[in-house]
Design a protein around this ligand. Sequence first.
Ligand code: HEC
Ligand code: HEC
Length: 507
Amino acid sequence: MASRSGGLTAAMLLTFAGATPAFPSEELLQDTCGGCHTAEDGGLTRITGQRKTPEGWIMTIVRMQQAHGLDISAEDRRAIVQHLADTQGLAPSEAAPFRYALEKDPNAQESFDEPFASMCARCHTGARALLQNRTADEWELHMDFHVGHFPTIEYQALGRDREWYKIAKTEIADYLAEQNPLETAAWTDWQVGEKQPVAGAWVVMTDLPGIGEAYGKLTVTGEASPYQISGEFVTADGTAHPASGQMNLYTGYEWRANLDIGGTVYRQVLALSEDGNSLQGRQFDRGNDALGAPLHGVREGAGSVILGTVPSAVPAGEAQVQVVGTGLDGLESSTGAASANGFGAALTLAAEGNGVVTFSAGGAEGQIAHYTSVDSLRVEPALTIARVGGGSDAGPDAVPAYFNAVGMWNGPDGEAGTEDDIRIGRVEAQWSVANAHEHAAHMKDTEYAGEMQANGIFQPAIAGPNPERPFSANNAGELKVQAEAMGQQAEAMLIVTVQRFIDPPIR
Ligand code: HEC
Ligand code: HEC
């Protein structure tokens, strides 16, 4: 590595030149990073031997700033992340199994084999490692990086009971070099393949936590990142929430948008399908990423496609339903009347009792359940965590948890909780919490840990020692979250724990 001041000078020259149009190219990379990373094999040492997601590149560059004094403007950083994600990114199939980490899905649970689980997936997600591809040398060097930056790695639990460094340098580095090598057919194919344009109109469907299930349309304009997005989201009762913002498209398919929807800024972490006709991922409140939901989208005019219905299920009787999709002119329904609109088709139902209405258009099929009763309920997610927060200027805010009640029918075997159960859809429920066990009851967790709101969102209490509790305990707790609807009950487990003080883009 060259001297640190070399890197700083290059970066400062760029800043002082006041060159606003940061050019997303190899040259900017050379100028910004070349002071410390010397030229090698047509690239830069340590940089050429790895590929990763946009979030992965941001994390590395932020570390260059924090740990090594790299001086870089926000525009240059964005341009370099764009350039590196485009030229040294992951193919869609490589990122697919671990997108939950990019999407900040609060309910994802990992499960890995040993020794990878204890060695690499205890401080951060295993996904953080598996969302990278490197040469064998780079995987080995990465083990040195860990011990160099975080020497306590060898003394911590699950580190001191084994020869951590040795296992990392041999077994783990070999495993990763084989599992996630720099060169793969998937990446070569993706790089040579033609990329689909992202501009145009998208019909989308999601859930705005605390507001409701929603469908909408987003129109993307522009020729390169940042693209402009404008449109709206509509809830089941017909309320429209205008949406506008910007989107960067990385690696030809990684859609990252910040979107103001009715006054709240949401983040979209989506993947554009390889044929360029559908979108899939998660949308969440940017200030509170636990509050989010999956988002699906289809390009307007991409044949006949049904994404689903808003609402997802209806009480029996008269109901207005939006069938969300595209190309749904002439939608035929087993009952009720349909008329095509800009979000798919509107369906007017008047169905009695429990049953399912099916509909189709142009080969696309869908269905919606109508109900007067449910055989059982399910709370989703079945297990999650929330975090206390606030209470100081410096600490993180509380992290809520978001629950939904889903109605079920028993299915042919007449038994609840078996494989042939029929999922009706989301139903309105009454929410409450109970202490999860004897110790929780003793600590009065229901009183202290937070409040369950009528909209299915649990809002945790303030952080910090609480002198009112035994041992001045924090307002942490273990609760059963209970839903009740149509005479049925169900529960989920909620752990209210302490704050997460360090929260990088890939946890
Ligand atoms: C001031 C010196 C300096 C500058 C400037 C610098 N780096 Fe680094 N970089 C380092 C050092 C030291 C390491 C090895 C320790 C580490 O990984 O943190 C490193 C390591 C790396 C690694 C390997 C990390 C890993 O996970 O194995 C990458 C990738 C990287 N730098 C990318 C960049 C990029 C991209 C830039 C320009 C935007 C940059 N660096 C600018 C000093 C620098
Ligand atoms: C003692 C805790 C700890 C353990 C154990 C650990 N890591 Fe990390 N890891 C970290 C920290 C801290 C960072 C730095 C995060 C940052 O740059 O903000 C990190 C960063 C990373 C990154 C991203 C670095 C980059 O710039 O691309 C990868 C990949 C990674 N670790 C893989 C692994 C692998 C593989 C193992 C197992 C051999 C492992 N980690 C074990 C704490 C740990």
